[in-house]
Design a protein around this ligand. Structure first.
Ligand SMILES: Nc1ncnc2c1ncn2[C@@H]1O[C@H](COP(=O)(O)OP(=O)(O)OP(=O)(O)O)[C@@H](O)[C@H]1O
Ligand SMILES: [Mg+2]
Length: 267
């Protein structure tokens, strides 16, 4: 493959949410700070939205990594298209609890409540992260809303982080009682042209690049095509490195990038 040719140790543009390859744009940093602040200040509910492929899932992984392990108890739901009961059970499973034969809703809720109270006593934060929240059904959203009744006199028992595509904002706006309880909102936008170039350079460096591979005009072309969406940038860059390797080019210039885009999207 192309690794040796470009002097790389690893593939730089894999579409996986690997914190090692993180690029921290100012926006990304701000979103991360808001999430950490929400947990620290027990703010209740956070809504994180962003365009498809912009880095929401990646951000959630970095966030989890930043939380102190022994001071947080996390339940991460990545596929929330479940009916209300299975949804509750999934939350318990992801907290490491086993609902086993417990099937009545009140027992399930009780189990969850006990765990959260236990965490309060141990000075640990309970955090429920729901990714792809735009696919949650109306009935299950109602369950989510009811979970927010888990409060003590002066604080929330847990931090709820809802992550999803832009339509999630509209879905939540419709559920007024939930909407009013969202303390922090953040919308992750695509990268600017400057950030797109720095993003590419960061990933190349982590992968072991020691020389200039992409030309300045190649960066412009990639941004024009990807509109700053990291998943698209990854696809174009990976294909460009492949095409450049096969054609034995010295660098990745606009022509190589255009061929890559053609290969990926226009054939
Ligand atoms: N800030 C970043 N630094 C490094 N890589 C990133 C960053 N943001 C996104 N990526 C890369 O882009 C890919 C797509 O990002 P991610 O899956 O997090 O997007 P998403 O917003 O969750 O998309 P979807 O709406 O489809 O769920 C990731 O696999 C990752 O490789
Ligand atoms: Mg995602």
């Amino acid at each position: 493959m192309y690794l040796e040719y470009w002097g790389l140790k690893e593939f730089p543009f894999e579409n996986v949410p690997n914190p090692k390859f993180m690029y921290y744009s100012a926006e990304f940093e701000e979103a991360l700070i808001r999430l950490l602040y929400a947990v620290d200040r027990k703010k209740g509910t956070v809504l994180l939205t962003g365009e498809v492929g912009c880095g929401k899932t990646t951000l959630s992984r970095v966030f989890i990594q930043r939380l102190s392990e022994n001071r947080s108890d996390i339940s991460l739901i990545t596929n929330p298209s479940l009916d209300p009961d299975d949804f509750l059970k999934e939350i318990l499973y992801q907290f490491g609890l086993n609902p086993g034969s417990v099937s009545s809703k009140s027992d399930l809720l009780n189990m969850l409540n006990m765990r959260m109270l236990e965490n309060v006593r141990a000075d640990r934060s309970s955090i429920l992260i729901i990714d792809e929240a735009q696919v949650i059904s109306k009935e299950t959203f109602e369950e989510v809303r009811l979970l927010l009744n888990f409060q003590m006199n002066d604080c929330f028992l847990f931090t709820l982080i809802l992550i999803g595509q832009p339509e999630l904002r509209d879905i939540i706006r419709e559920i007024k009682q939930l909407d009013q309880r969202i303390a922090i909102k953040y919308h992750l936008s695509p990268l600017s042209a400057g950030d797109s170039a720095r993003y590419i350079l960061t990933r190349l460096k982590v992968a072991g690049a020691s020389r200039k591979i992409f030309t300045a005009s190649a960066f412009d072309e990639i941004h024009r095509h990807s509109l700053g969406i990291p998943r698209k940038i990854n696809n174009v860059c990976d294909m460009s490195l492949m095409i450049g390797f096969v054609a034995k080019t010295k660098t990745i210039d606009t022509d190589v990038v255009r061929s890559a885009i053609k290969d990926l999207y226009q054939s």
